[in-house]
Design a protein around this ligand. Structure first.
Ligand SMILES: Cc1cc2nc3c(=O)[nH]c(=O)nc-3n(C[C@H](O)[C@H](O)[C@H](O)COP(=O)(O)OP(=O)(O)OC[C@H]3O[C@@H](n4cnc5c(N)ncnc54)[C@H](O)[C@@H]3O)c2cc1C
Length: 549
C-alpha cells in the first residue's frame, strides 16, 4: 500500500488568533452527536468544550440501529475495535401483516460498502459511553457535565455563552463557534430564534426494552408487525437485549399504555415474562417529523436532533446526526485554520438538509405503511405489498442519497456518492480496514501504480495543504478485491474522497487527477460557487413498494 502526504492530526498551524480564554468550538450537548463532533474536532487538534446539563450520562436506550456508513464514522473516532462489544449485525428486517404474510423484506450484508455490516443493532447508552470516552481522550477536548447553557450572545468574532452549574454561580465562556447538539428541545435553537417546520406527522408508541436472562434466537431478528389492531416493532436492542415498540391506538390514553403491567401484558404473546427477562424500561415516545428552518446563524450551528427529527422506522435519526457531525467537523477544521472562508459553513446546511429531508420522507412513508389502524385500509395495503414481496429476494436496504449539492464536482456522475472501504494488507503481516492503515482525511485513492508520480508539485502541495494524501491500493494489498472491482466497475482510475467518505469527484485518466485537485481547491476557497442540487447525479430513494420516489 502506498500513501504519501501529511500525517494525520493537525496538518496546519492551529495557532489562530484566539484569545486565551476563547475555545475554538463549544459543543452544547453530550449525546451521540455532540460526542462524535467533539472527538473528530479533537483528533484534528481543535480546542473544544462540551457542555452537558446532566451530571451523569442518560442511562436508557433510544436508538437501536446504525448502518455501515455510521460504523465507518465511529471507526474514525477511534472506537471501531470496541463496536462488536456493544452491537451485533442484523441480517434481516421483515414487515409482516397480522396473519404473518410478508409485506416487505430487507436483507443485510455482513459487510456493507463502508466495511461495516449494513445493519448494526446496539444499545445507545453503551455506545455513548464509548463515544464520550473517545472525546475525553483527546487532549484538547474538555467535557463539562452538570452545566446548562442558558444564554448566548453572538458577535463578529465568536459567541459568549452563559452557563449555569447544578449548584453555584453562572459562568461565561467565549467560543469561536457554538454547535447546538442539544437534542429535540434545543436551547441553542431557541436562543438564536430559529423556527421549526413540523410536518404534523406524529404517533405515540410505547417503547419497551428488555434484557434477556438466557440467549435466544429471533428469526427474523428485526420485525415489523403491520397489524391494525396493534402495530408493533420487535427488534434486537444489541447483544442480549430486545426492543418492542407498541403503537398507541386511537381509543387509548398515554397513561393507559405507559404502564409496567400493560408492558408485560403486551410482551406475553412473545413469550417474554418476568421469568426470562428483566424489563429495563418502558416509556411512551411521540415520533415526529420536523426540521429547523436554518442550521447556521452567524457563529452558531445546529446538528443532530436539534436540527431534525424523524420517526424511527428507518432507524436513521441518530445516523443522520452522526452524518451531520462528520460533515461539519471537516468544514469547521478548514474554516478555523483559515484555509476556507466562513461561507463554507453555509454549505453544511445545503449538503445535509437535502439528505435529511429525503430520509424524513422515507421514514414517514414507512410509518404510513405501519401505522394503519383501519382494517379496510390495512387489507388494501397488504394486497398491494404482498404481491411485490412474494416476487423478490430480500435485497440490501436501499442506499441513502449522498451529497447532492455543495462541495462536489459538477458534471461528474460519481461525485457526492459514498465511497467504499475495503480490507487491505496492513504491511505488518495482517489485514485491516483501509482507514485504520492510512487514516482519515482528504484521500486521492487510486489503483493506478503511477498516478502519484504524475501529480505536479503544485497539486501535491494543495493536497498536503488540506491534510490530504494520495493512497495507492496495489492489487496484492487489496485482499478482498474491493478497490480493483470498484474502479473496474466505474471505469475510473482515481477518486477524491472527502473526510466524510463522500466523493468530491473522480478521474478517468491518470493525467486528470491534477484538474480534480484544482477543482477542489476552487470549491474550498469559493464554496458558495459550488454546484446546486440540479446537478445532482444521484438516484432518489426507492419507495417501500419498490417504485422510485
Ligand atoms: C424510541 C426511539 C428509537 C430510536 N431508534 C433509532 C434508531 O434505531 N436509529 C437511529 O439512528 N436513531 C434512532 N432514534 C433517534 C436517536 O435516538 C436520536 O436521533 C439521537 O439520540 C439524537 O442524538 P443527539 O446527540 O442529537 O441528541 P440527544 O441524544 O438528545 O442529546 C442531546 C444532549 O443535549 C443535552 N442538553 C440539552 N439541552 C442542554 C442545555 N441547555 N445545556 C447543556 N446540555 C443540554 C441533553 O441533556 C442531551 O444529553 C430513536 C429515537 C427514539 C426515541
Amino acid at each position: 500500500m502506498g500513501h504519501e502526504g501529511s500525517a494525520d492530526g493537525p496538518a496546519h498551524d492551529l495557532a489562530h488568533d484566539l484569545a486565551d480564554d476563547q475555545v475554538d468550538v463549544a459543543v452544547i450537548g453530550c449525546g451521540p452527536v455532540g460526542g462524535v463532533l467533539a472527538t473528530l474536532l479533537g483528533r484534528l487538534g481543535h480546542r473544544v468544550v462540551v457542555i452537558e446539563r446532566h451530571a451523569v450520562p442518560y442511562p436508557l436506550p433510544r436508538a437501536v440501529h446504525f448502518d455501515h456508513e455510521i460504523g465507518r464514522i465511529l471507526q474514525a473516532c477511534g472506537i471501531g475495535a470496541d463496536l462488536p462489544d456493544v452491537s451485533e449485525a442484523g441480517h434481516d428486517y421483515e414487515w409482516r401483516n397480522g396473519a404473518g404474510q410478508v409485506l416487505l423484506r430487507f436483507g443485510a450484508r455482513p459487510t456493507g460498502p463502508s466495511g461495516w455490516p449494513d445493519m448494526n443493532m446496539f444499545c445507545q447508552p453503551a455506545l455513548e459511553r464509548l463515544i464520550e470516552q473517545a472525546a475525553a481522550d483527546q487532549p484538547t477536548v474538555e467535557i463539562r457535565r452538570g452545566w446548562r447553557l442558558v444564554g448566548l450572545d453572538d458577535g463578529p468574532d465568536g459567541a459568549t455563552l452563559t452557563l449555569e452549574p447544578d449548584a453555584g454561580a453562572a459562568e461565561h465562556l467565549r467560543a469561536r463557534y457554538v454547535i447546538g447538539c442539544d437534542g429535540a428541545n434545543s436551547t441553542v435553537r431557541d436562543l438564536v430564534g430559529t423556527t421549526v417546520t413540523d410536518l404534523g406527522f406524529f404517533y405515540d408508541w410505547l417503547i419497551v426494552d428488555v434484557v434477556l436472562h438466557e440467549p435466544r434466537v429471533f428469526d427474523p431478528i428485526n420485525l415489523q408487525i403491520c397489524e391494525p389492531t396493534r402495530p408493533t416493532t420487535a427488534v434486537s436492542g444489541g447483544p442480549g437485549r430486545r426492543r418492542w415498540e407498541f403503537m398507541r391506538l386511537p381509543h387509548e390514553s398515554v397513561e393507559e399504555l405507559d404502564d409496567v403491567a400493560r408492558a408485560w401484558q403486551l410482551l406475553e404473546p412473545w413469550d417474554i415474562t418476568p421469568d426470562d427477562a428483566t424489563l429495563e424500561r418502558h416509556a411512551v415516545y411521540r415520533f415526529q417529523a420536523r426540521w429547523a428552518d436554518r442550521w447556521r446563524t452567524g457563529n452558531v450551528l445546529l446538528a443532530g436532533d436539534a436540527a431534525h427529527q424523524m420517526p424511527p422506522f428507518a432507524g436513521q435519526g441518530m445516523c443522520s446526526g452522526l452524518r451531520d457531525a462528520a460533515n461539519l467537523a471537516w468544514k469547521l477544521d478548514l474554516v478555523l485554520t483559515g484555509r476556507s472562508p466562513a461561507e463554507l459553513l453555509d454549505v453544511y446546511e445545503v449538503e445535509r438538509s437535502a439528505n435529511v429531508r429525503a430520509i424524513i420522507d422515507f421514514s414517514m412513508e414507512l410509518g404510513q405503511v405501519i401505522c394503519v389502524t383501519d382494517p379496510a385500509e390495512a387489507a388494501e395495503r397488504d394486497a398491494r405489498m404482498a404481491e411485490g414481496a412474494a416476487s423478490g429476494e430480500a435485497g440490501p436496504p436501499p442506499p441513502l442519497p449522498g451529497v447532492t449539492a455543495g462541495i462536489i464536482r459538477a458534471d461528474d456522475p460519481l461525485s457526492g456518492g459514498l465511497f467504499v472501504q475495503g480490507r487491505v494488507d496492513d504491511g505488518r503481516g495482517s489485514t485491516a480496514l483501509l482507514d485504520d492503515v492510512v487514516g482519515v482525511g482528504w484521500r486521492l485513492v487510486t489503483v493506478h501504480p503511477d498516478l502519484a508520480g504524475r501529480l505536479s508539485a503544485d497539486a501535491r502541495d494543495r493536497l498536503a495543504g488540506i491534510g490530504g494524501r494520495v493512497v495507492t491500493v496495489a492489487e496484492a494489498d487489496d485482499v478482498d478485491g474491493t478497490y480493483s472491482s470498484w474502479f473496474a466497475e466505474h471505469d475510473v482510475v482515481a477518486v477524491l474522497q472527502r473526510p466524510d467518505f463522500h466523493l468530491f469527484g473522480s478521474a478517468c485518466q491518470p493525467g486528470d487527477a491534477g484538474a480534480l485537485l484544482d477543482d477542489l481547491h476552487r470549491s474550498l476557497t469559493s464554496p458558495t460557487d459550488s454546484p446546486d442540487a440540479a446537478n445532482s447525479p444521484l438516484s432518489p430513494l426507492p419507495a417501500p413498494d419498490g417504485g422510485t420516489r
